[in-house]
Ligand binder design. Structure first.
Ligand code: NAG
Ligand code: NAG
Length: 219
C-alpha cells in the first residue's frame, strides 16, 4: 500500500488508520446534523457535498476516498486526491473545537478553502460566477466551442496559475486531471455541461450513476 510521496505536506498527513476513522465516524459524525440545507448551499458547498456520503455536513478523508472511487478514480489516485484535499482544506475549515486531527472538511466553512490558481468561477463566498465559467470556454475551447481537449484543459490550468502561490498549483491539476479522465468522451472532449456540473457537484452524481450502471450491466 504505497502512497507516492510527492508532496511533503500531503505525505506528512497520510490518511488516519481505519480504526481512527471508525472512531471519528462513530463519535464525531452521525449525531451532528447538517447545518445547511441543500437548497441554501452555495455552489461551492454543493460541489463538495457529493463527498459527504452520510450528509452530516462533515466530510471525512475516507468519505472523499469513497466518493472519488464512486465517480471512477482508481484507488491510487483516489487516495492521493483525498490526502491532498484534506491536508489543504481540513485544517482551515475545521472549527477550533473539532476533534483532532483537523483533517475533516466542514462544509459550512468551505469558502475558507478558496485558493489561488483556480478558474475564478467561484467567488470568495463560494457562489458560482457564470461569466467566469463562460470565459473558460471562450479562451480555451479552440477545437470546438462546447468541449475541451486534454491539452486545452492543461492550458487552462497553466493560464490560471497564480505565480506567487505555487502551493496552489497542485490542487487544480489533480482535480481537473481526475475529472477529465473519468468524464471525457471517447473523442477526448470534456463537454461543457459536464464541466458546468463540476461547479454544483451534479456531474459527480451523474458519474456515480453511470459507473454503477455499467458495473451492473457487466454482470
Ligand atoms: C434556508 O433558507 C431559508 C430562506 O432563506 C431560511 O428561512 C432557512 O432558515 C434556511 N435554513 C437553514 C438551515 O439555514
Ligand atoms: C490511476 O489514475 C491516474 C489518473 O487518472 C492515472 O494517471 C494512473 O495511471 C492510474 N493508475 C492506475 C494504476 O491505473
Amino acid at each position: 500500500m504505497a502512497i507516492r510521496r510527492q508532496s511533503s505536506a500531503a505525505a506528512s498527513l497520510l490518511l488516519p488508520p481505519v480504526a481512527a476513522l471508525l472512531f471519528l465516524w462513530m463519535f464525531g459524525g452521525g449525531h451532528v446534523m447538517a447545518h445547511t440545507e441543500i437548497r441554501n448551499m452555495t455552489a461551492l458547498q454543493k460541489h463538495v457535498s457529493f463527498f459527504d456520503r452520510n450528509k452530516d455536513g462533515i466530510i471525512t478523508p475516507s468519505e472523499t476516498f469513497e466518493g472519488s472511487v464512486a465517480i471512477g478514480f482508481n484507488v491510487t489516485y483516489a487516495r492521493e486526491f483525498a490526502t491532498l484535499v484534506h491536508a489543504a482544506n481540513g485544517p482551515i475549515t475545521s472549527p477550533a473545537d473539532a476533534p483532532l486531527p483537523h483533517l475533516s472538511i466542514y462544509i459550512e466553512n468551505m469558502q475558507r478553502g478558496m485558493h489561488g490558481s483556480d478558474t475564478g468561477a467561484f467567488d470568495v463566498k463560494g457562489r458560482f460566477v457564470p461569466q467566469k465559467f463562460e470565459e473558460i470556454f471562450i479562451k480555451h475551447a479552440k477545437t470546438r466551442p462546447d468541449g475541451l481537449t486534454y491539452l486545452e484543459v492543461e492550458d487552462m490550468i497553466l493560464a490560471n496559475r497564480d505565480p506567487l502561490d505555487p502551493a496552489s498549483w497542485e490542487g487544480p491539476q489533480i482535480e481537473w486531471g481526475g475529472i477529465y479522465n473519468v468524464a471525457s468522451d471517447n473523442d477526448g472532449f470534456l463537454h461543457k455541461d459536464d464541466a458546468r456540473g463540476i461547479y454544483d457537484g451534479s456531474v459527480f452524481v451523474k458519474l456515480e450513476e453511470k459507473r454503477a450502471f455499467s458495473h451492473h450491466s457487466a454482470m
